[in-house]
Design a protein around this ligand. Structure first.
Ligand code: IMP
Ligand code: MG
Length: 193
């Protein structure tokens, strides 16, 4: 294992937690047909696993956004690049996110989804880094509390890399990764066949 990063949540722990979340959501939405909306690209891996653990008729839709600068500089000012191509009026929406950090992105998206006439919108975040929260929000469903470390894998990227790592890694030496964005490449050698 490289010293640049270490496994924070392994694939088996993730699998079990996603299964639990799916079961909880199934119970909470029984008799309804929820619309799962995720934010490209980070949420896509989690969404794909989560919906296969939800035993209900459901729809999936995607949003894409761009930020003006970093999350903090932009104070949540984001622009929609891709909108949901469905009528959300009266629908129960589950907004699926990879990680809620400052919460600025999610609070913007909650406004957008409510404006679309959704009957309800609940947030399902795989990771909740509540120590960095700026917008006052608490995801209804969350997989794990995330420490104040940059994380990659299972959909989460560093400069578009590492979304395909099956585990979630905490980056312990961000300077090393900044210097060499490929620094975690040796980890792929340990992947299961
Ligand atoms: P927020 O608006 O600060 O809550 O930012 C949330 C978004 O920032 C997430 O959807 C991620 O795309 C990205 N993000 C935040 N923290 C990390 C991280 O540790 N690794 C990778 N992406 C992150
Ligand atoms: Mg994201």
């Amino acid at each position: 294992m490289s010293e640049v990063a270490s496994v924070l949540f392994g694939r088996e722990i993730i699998r079990r937690r996603v299964e639990e979340l799916g079961r909880t959501i199934t119970g909470d939405y029984v008799g309804r047909e929820p619309v799962f909306v995720t934010v490209l690209k980070g949420g896509a891996v989690f969404l794909a696993d989560l919906i296969r653990r939800v035993d209900l008729p459901l729809e999936t839709h995607f949003l894409a956004i761009s930020r003006y600068g970093g999350a903090e500089e932009s104070m949540g000012r984001v622009r929609l690049l891709l909108d949901v191509d469905a009528d959300l009026t009266g629908r129960d929406v589950v907004l699926v996110e990879d990680i809620v950090d400052t919460g600025l992105t999610v609070s913007y998206l909650l406004t957008v989804l409510h404006e679309r006439g959704a009957a309800s919108v609940e947030v399902c975040a795989l990771l909740d880094r509540s120590v960095r929260r700026i917008a006052p929000l608490q995801p209804r469903y969350s997989g794990f509390d995330c420490p104040d470390r940059f994380v990659v894998g299972y959909g989460l990227d560093y400069r578009e890399r590492y979304r395909n790592l099956p585990d979630i890694l905490s980056v312990d030496d961000l300077d090393a990764l900044t210097e060499d964005p490929q620094a975690l490449a040796p980890l792929f050698a340990g992947l299961d066949p």
